[in-house]
Write a protein that binds this ligand. Structure first.
Ligand code: AMP
Length: 508
């Protein structure tokens, strides 16, 4: 059988076939034998539909075990899997089809007509897969053989294209190779001490690297198993902790779970590890979690283009507000954003990363790719941060969120941290809003704790002497909540849009 880089690694780590791979509520348990057989059947179905090595297979489908098997089938038949966020509209799908030019597009049955009508899909075959594992593609794989002659794939071959969330401009397709995925999966399995005894609660979406790669790969490479939940519901996650050992989540999981009265040391007694990433975990959440459960959440940092870059230590000090140390084989440096010159300990600058996890470029966008790599191969993440004397990496914010007010740089995170310390503040977001005098004005959007009587003047008074004048918000606005995407990231572009006329109107 031909060598297939990442699939071979997965298969060589698979335990005895009868061992459980996943439990999905309302569905029969899935064994490792099932993983082998179902991914083979899907691979046959794809091949019969004309998918050849090097082709793209795009899918906008609900979360299901079959959707995971479809991804593994793509690895096996040498196609690049292109998962798409289920929130995209049919019109948006047109862009992705035009850009990725998939040989096959798989959607929910209810979407079929809309997708077929898209002018961009004229040359693409469209099949369906529903949340229960039914649909036209599932029907095609049903009586296929349970073994498959894998396509030959080397480490450098494309395994997937993941589109970045694209808050500015069109989203770009990050090309991830077999070797990118394999190296990161091995580093994480070992760093987080995954073993065949682990049971991971999987409540993340699988159109994103966090749920599709990080959670799934460490489980497969350890021969561990999943409690596979269709979506995140705090009560369901809490109930699953009785049988689980690890939870992987975005910060919102943890803030929502803290609102569950049943969360206490007793309810987590089987759990060994809580991991958070994809967005910043508030130090306050870290502390509240430790007080309630006795566990220090392990925060890590990654992105679509690189997989995971850093992690707090499994053994050792998991420091709130930091994302820990570079993973095995990954190099991180803080550089001057303009010149690329390396900066010293504690200096704020661009986080740059190099290693076997880093993608090879954006799909069919060589100029954009070139602009985001340094000549020595470091990828410019767009995240601003520091590394302290002990080596902990800290993220200060995104470069594009940097506020330049009256010619001075303000990092929103620094201002948010101070505002969050004010009694009665639940959380805050600080953005730059166009201002006739300052260019941009530092502007805070604050969510108050229930029942707290907060005012703009009270917050500004509390910030006096804690922040330099130019960093202090010109206005403080209140909102019932902050807009977040499914990965728990605050959508600052939505806020910038909502408040874009704040100062212009007032001064007209
Ligand atoms: P995505 O490509 O959707 O995974 O988003 C990647 C971005 O999420 C990174 O560039 C960071 O800005 C942010 N991110 C991921 N993990 C963390 C973290 N632990 N703390 C702060 N930001 C994070």
């Amino acid at each position: 059988m031909a060598a297939n880089d990442f699939w071979d690694l997965i298969e060589s780590n698979m335990p005895d076939g009868a061992r459980r791979f996943a439990d999905a509520s309302g569905r029969a348990p899935v064994s490792y034998d099932d993983v082998r057989a179902r991914s083979a059947r899907f691979a046959h179905a794809l091949t019969r539909l004309g998918v050849a090595p090097g082709d793209r297979v795009a899918a906008q489908v609900d979360k299901s075990i079959e959707a995971l098997m479809l991804y593994l089938a793509c690895l096996r038949c040498g196609a690049a899997f292109v998962p798409l966020n289920t929130a995209y509209t049919a019109a948006e799908i047109g862009y992705f089809i035009e850009d990725a030019q998939p040989a096959l597009f798989i959607c929910e049955p209810g979407r079929l007509e809309d997708v077929r009508k898209l002018p961009q899909s004229a040359a693409t075959r469209v099949e369906t897969l529903d949340a229960d594992g039914g649909g036209s593609l599932a029907a095609r794989m049903a009586d296929m053989p349970s073994d498959f002659d894998n396509a030959a794939r080397g480490g450098g071959d494309l395994a997937a294209i993941l589109y970045t969330s694209g808050t500015t401009g069109r989203s770009k397709g990050a090309m991830l190779s077999h070797a990118n995925l394999a190296s990161n999966a091995l580093a994480l399995r070992d760093e987080w001490r995954f073993s065949a005894d682990d049971v991971l609660i999987h409540a993340l979406p699988i159109y994103h690297a966090h749920g599709l790669f990080v959670a799934t790969h460490v489980t497969l490479l350890a021969g561990a198993s999943l409690i596979f939940q269709r979506q995140f519901r705090p009560a369901d996650v809490l109930a699953a902790m009785e049988k689980a050992t690890v939870l992987m989540g975005v910060p919102t999981f943890y803030t929502r779970l803290l609102q569950e009265p049943g969360l206490d040391c007793e309810s987590v007694r089987r759990m060994r590890l809580f991991i958070s990433g994809s967005a910043p975990l508030l130090a306050e959440t870290h502390q509240a979690w430790q007080a309630r459960t006795g566990h220090a959440i392990l925060e890590r940092y990654g992105m679509t283009e690189t997989g995971m870059n850093t992690s707090n230590p499994y053994e050792g000090d998991r420091r709130a507000g930091t994302v820990g140390f570079p993973l095995w084989g990954v190099e991180i440096r803080i550089a001057d954003a303009e010149t690329g010159a390396a900066l010293a300990v504690d200096e704020v600058g661009m986080i740059e990363v190099r290693g076997p996890n880093v993608f090879s470029g954006y799909w069919r966008q060589p100029e954009k790719t070139a602009a985001e790599f340094r000549p020595d191969g470091f990828f410019i993440t767009g995240d601003i941060g520091t590394i302290d004397a002990r080596g902990y990496v800290r993220i200060v914010g995104r470069a594009k969120d940097l506020i330049i007010t009256g010619g001075l740089n303000v990092y929103p995170k620094e201002v948010e941290t101070e505002i969050d310390l004010v009694a009665g503040v639940r959380e805050s977001a600080v953005i730059g809003v166009a201002h006739p005098d300052f260019g941009e004005a530092v502007t805070a959007i604050v969510v108050a704790e229930e029942g707290a009587a907060l005012s703009e003047s009270a917050i500004l008074a509390a910030l006096e002497n804690r922040l330099a004048r130019f960093k202090t918000p010109k206005r403080v606005m209140f909102a019932p909540e902050l807009p977040r995407n499914a990965m728990g990231k605050v959508q600052k572009n939505v806020l910038r849009q909502a408040y874009s006329e704040l100062y212009l109107k007032r001064e007209r």
